[in-house]
Design a protein around this ligand. Sequence first.
Ligand SMILES: [Zn+2]
Length: 146
Amino acid sequence: MPNTAEQSRERFTNFTPYEMKKGEDYMSAEMLQHFKGLLLNWKQELMEEVDRTMHHMQEDAANYADPSDRATQEEEFSLELRTRDRERKLIKKIDQTVDRIDKDDYGFCDQCGVEIGIRRLEARPTATLCIDCKTLAEIRERQTGI
Ligand SMILES: [Zn+2]
């Protein structure tokens, strides 16, 4: 069974890129609406995915009687649980982002205040940092991290 949801888990690609009108302000009401719609569709997709995983696990649980099968199954389950945990965190982040859109506080870097940019936001709708600050944060993380 091909898993098309696999790619969509961490990213959402099922949308039409926003075309900025001549003279349109960055993060106009229409643009905010575009991102809100995108985020809500993404959330919907993730929630369906979580649902599918849960059903899948419930069905599988009933199907194994052999203890060695169960061991393999437990590994699969813990993997699925981790995936679900990631999805839940992502959904929470999407909620927070939608909240920021509603408060008209979206699209600008939390660190330096510049415009994050439409294309970057379409690739990462939950981004709160511009590409420069993000890169810097990642370098710092690598230096101080494990
Ligand atoms: Zn920045």
